[in-house]
Design a protein around this ligand. Structure first.
Ligand code: ADP
Length: 618
C-alpha cells in the first residue's frame, strides 16, 4: 500500500529515540559528576602541592637572607628554578611547578627553562592569586599541547602558617613576593571520558539493534492477529461469510474480531434473505406470461424476464445494459419508455403497438425509486394482446358473417315471395322455379342455423362439461360416418377407403366424433373431382390416435390455411355456396377436436389434394 508504513516502522523509531535519549541523559549526567569530582580532586592535590612548594621556597629564601625583602630578593630567586626542578621531580604524576614574580616574570619552572618563558602576568590563575591569594583555571596549554589545570598561590612576604587558608576575597597583609603555581594535565579525565563516550557509542549501537529486535517482536505480536483478521475479512469480502475470525489474546483485537464475526453473521443473514427474495422474484417473473423489463435512468436494460425476451424476440443476455432502441426498433415503445422515465406517463396507461409479425402489445409502465426515494429507472410490462385482438376480430367477423349469411337467403326468399304474392308471375313453371329457389334458400337457412346450434351446443356442453366420454373402439364410428357420407360420394362416383386396425380404442364421445368425420368426408367429396378416391386412415402411437381424411381434390392455397377453421371463413364464396357450404363445417370439427382434448391440422397442396387430421390424445 502506497504511503502507509509497516507497523515495525511506526514502533521502532519511538522505541529507539526514547532509549537513546534516556541513555544520553544518564551518560551526560554521570560524566558531568565524574568530571566535577575528578577536577575537585586534582585541584585540591595541586593546591596541597603548591602550598608545600610555597613553604619550601620560603624556607629556601629564609636560609639565604632572612631579613631582606623586595629588590634584594632577586638574587635568591636565581636558585628557585633549581628548587622547582627538584620539587617537580619528587612530585607524583606529571605535576609542574612554576614560580612567577608579581610582575609576571617566570623565575622558576620544574619542566622548562624560565629564561625562555614569556610573561605569565595575564594568566587568569596568576591574576586571581595576586588579587585574592589563590586562583585556579583550566585551559589548553599551547606549550605542552594538553588541557591543564592550574592552581596558583601568592607567596606573601610574611610566612603563612601551615594549614592556614587565605580567606576568599581578602588580601594578604603584605604584598606578595611571588606566586607559586602548580599545574597538572587533565588528560586522564579526558581519556576516561573519551572511553566512556566510546562505550556509550557502542552501547547505543547495541541498544539500537536491541530496540529494532524488540520493535520487531512487538510489531509481530500486534500485527499477526491483525493480519489473521485481515485475511478473514478479505474472505468475507469474497463472499465466504460462514467463516469466523479466531479470537486474539488482546482485548481490543478480540472486540474487533467479535464485531467482524457479528457483522459477517448479519451480512450472511441479509444476503440469504435478499437471495431468497430475489429467487422468489425471479421465479415470479419467469413464470409470468406478461413480459417485464426494467431500465435504468439512462434507458439501458437492467433486467428482462424470459416472457419479455420471447415477446420481443431477443436474447435476454444480449439485451443487458443496452439501450431499448438498440434492441427493439419501435418508436412507440421508445417513446413510452422515455415518458415513463420522465414521469410523464401516468402509471398503467395502456397503449398498443404493432411489433414485427403484426403482434400487438399493451404497455404498462411504472417508475422505480431507490432507497432514498430518488428515481432510479422504470419497469415496463408488456401484454401480448395478439390473441385477444384476433378473438375480437373473429367475434366481429362472426357477427357480420352470421348477419350476412342469414340476410342473403332471407332477402332472396323475401324477393321471390313478394313476386309470387303480387300475382305478377302467372306461369306455373316459373312459379315452381321460384318456389324451388325459396325452398333451397330455406334449406340453406336451416343448414346455417343447424350448424350454429351445433356450435353453440358444443360450446355450452364444453363449458358445463356435460358431454359423456368413454373409451371405445374407433373403427365402428368411422364406418358409420363413411356410410352416412356414402350417398353423396356415390353421386360423384367416388370411393372411400378405410384403413383402421380393429383394436384401436380411444376415449371419445362417439356421436360427436362421427359428426366431425362426416364434416371432413363431406368437404373431401365437395372439393374433389368426380371419380376420385378418399382415404380415411388411422394411426396410433404412444401419445395419440390420428384420424386422417385424405382427398385428391383442388387443395387449399397456403395463405388460407391459418384461417379455414374460423367460423364462416370460406376460400371461394360462390363455389362454397354453390356446393351448399356454410363456412361452419371446419369450425365445428375444430371445436369437436378441442372438446376431446385434441386438435385438427391440415396439409394441402393446391391442385393435388388435402389431408385433414384429427389428433386425439391416446
Ligand atoms: P364449407 O361449408 O364452405 O365447406 P367449411 O368450414 O367446411 O365450410 O370449409 C371452409 C373452407 O375450407 C371451404 O370453403 C373450402 O374452401 C375449404 N375446404 C374445406 N375442406 C376442403 C377440402 N377437402 N379441399 C379443399 N378445400 C377445402
Amino acid at each position: 500500500m502506497m504511503g502507509q508504513k509497516k507497523l515495525i516502522w511506526q514502533i521502532y523509531p519511538g522505541c529507539l529515540v526514547v532509549t537513546l535519549a534516556g541513555m544520553i541523559a544518564v551518560t551526560a549526567y554521570c560524566s558531568y559528576c565524574f568530571r566535577q569530582v575528578y577536577h575537585d580532586q586534582v585541584r585540591s592535590e595541586l593546591d596541597r602541592l603548591a602550598g608545600f612548594a610555597a613553604d619550601e621556597i620560603r624556607m629556601a629564601l629564609k636560609t639565604q637572607d632572612p631579613g631582606k625583602t623586595g629588590e634584594r630578593l632577586r638574587d635568591p630567586f636565581s636558585d628557585l628554578d633549581r628548587l622547582c626542578k627538584q620539587l617537580g621531580r619528587v612530585s607524583t604524576g606529571h605535576t609542574r611547578l612554576t614560580i612567577i614574580t608579581p610582575s609576571g616574570k617566570v623565575v622558576g619552572d620544574s619542566d622548562e627553562d624560565p629564561a625562555k618563558m614569556d610573561s605569565h602576568f595575564d594568566r587568569p590563575e596568576i591574576q586571581e592569586a595576586l588579587q585574592i591569594g589563590s586562583g585556579s583555571s583550566m585551559r589548553f596549554s599551547p606549550t605542552l599541547g594538553k588541557r591543564m589545570m592550574y592552581v596558583a598561590i601568592a607567596l606573601p612576604a610574611a610566612p603563612r602558617r601551615a594549614g592556614e587558608q587565605v580567606p576568599p576575597g581578602s588580601v594578604e597583609s603584605s604584598a606578595p613576593i611571588a606566586v607559586v603555581r602548580a599545574a597538572a594535565p587533565l588528560t586522564e579525565i579526558d581519556h576516561a571520558l573519551h572511553g566512556i563516550y566510546v562505550n556509550m557509542l557502542w552501547a547505543s549501537l547495541v541498544i539500537a539493534a536491541g530496540a529494532a529486535a524488540l520493535s520487531l517482536v512487538i510489531s509481530r505480536r500486534i500485527s499477526q492477529p491483525i493480519v489473521a483478521i485481515k485475511q478473514v475479512a478479505e474472505r468475507f469480502a469474497a463472499g465466504e461469510l460462514d467463516l469466523r475470525v479466531p479470537t486474539p489474546d488482546s482485548a481490543e483485537l478480540a472486540a474487533l474480531a467479535g464485531s467482524l464475526n457479528k457483522m459477517a453473521a448479519q451480512l450472511g443473514e441479509r444476503i440469504t434473505t435478499i437471495t431468497e427474495q430475489r429467487n422468489e422474484l425471479d421465479a415470479v417473473l419467469s413464470s409470468m406470461v406478461e413480459g417485464v423489463f426494467a431500465v435504468d435512468t439512462k434507458g439501458r436494460i437492467v433486467s428482462m424476464n424470459p416472457a419479455a425476451a420471447g415477446l420481443l424476440g431477443i436474447d435476454p443476455a444480449q439485451a443487458q445494459a443496452r439501450q431499448v432502441e438498440e434492441i427493439v426498433r419501435n418508436v412507440d415503445l421508445q417513446e413510452f419508455v422515455r415518458q415513463t422515465l420522465a414521469g410523464i406517463q401516468p402509471d398503467e396507461t395502456d397503449i398498443s403497438l404493432p411489433i414485427s409479425g403484426g403482434q400487438s402489445f399493451s404497455l404498462h409502465g411504472a417508475c422505480l425509486t431507490d432507497a432514498r426515494g430518488r428515481r432510479s429507472g422504470a419497469v415496463i410490462v408488456l401484454n401480448d394482446m395478439t390473441r385477444i385482438r384476433r378473438l375480437e376480430a373473429v367475434r366481429r367477423d362472426f357477427v357480420a358473417n352470421v348477419s350476412h349469411e342469414l340476410k342473403t337467403p332471407v332477402t332472396s326468399i323475401q324477393g321471390f315471395v313478394e313476386a309470387l304474392a303480387d300475382g305478377s308471375v302467372q306461369d306455373p313453371a316459373q312459379i315452381e322455379r321460384y318456389l324451388g329457389i325459396i325452398a333451397r334458400h330455406a334449406l340453406r337457412l336451416n343448414g346455417i342455423i343447424d350448424d350454429l346450434l351445433t356450435l353453440s351446443r358444443l360450446e355450452e356442453a364444453g363449458e358445463q362439461r356435460a358431454l359423456n366420454f368413454a373409451v371405445c373402439p374407433i373403427k365402428p364410428v368411422l364406418e358409420e360416418a363413411i356410410d352416412l357420407s356414402g350417398v353423396r360420394a356415390d353421386e360423384k362416383r367416388m370411393t372411400i377407403d378405410l384403413a383402421c386396425a380393429d383394436d384401436v380404442e380411444v376415449r371419445i364421445n362417439p356421436p360427436l366424433l362421427e359428426q366431425a368425420v362426416i364434416n371432413l368426408i363431406d368437404n373431401a367429396v365437395k372439393y374433389s373431382p368426380e371419380g376420385s378416391r378418399i382415404r380415411v386412415q388411422v394411426r396410433q402411437d404412444d401419445t395419440q390416435v390420428a384420424i386422417a381424411v385424405i382427398d385428391e381434390g383442388c387443395g387449399i392455397s397456403p395463405e388460407h390455411l391459418p384461417r379455414i377453421f374460423e367460423r364462416f371463413y370460406v376460400v371461394d364464396k360462390s363455389r362454397s355456396r354453390k356446393l351448399g357450404g356454410t363456412g361452419l363445417g371446419l369450425a365445428i370439427v375444430k371445436h369437436i377436436a378441442q372438446t376431446h382434448g385434441g386438435r385438427v391440422t391440415v396439409e394441402s397442396t393446391p391442385g393435388k389434394g388435402s389431408t385433414f387430421t384429427l389428433h386425439l390424445p391416446g
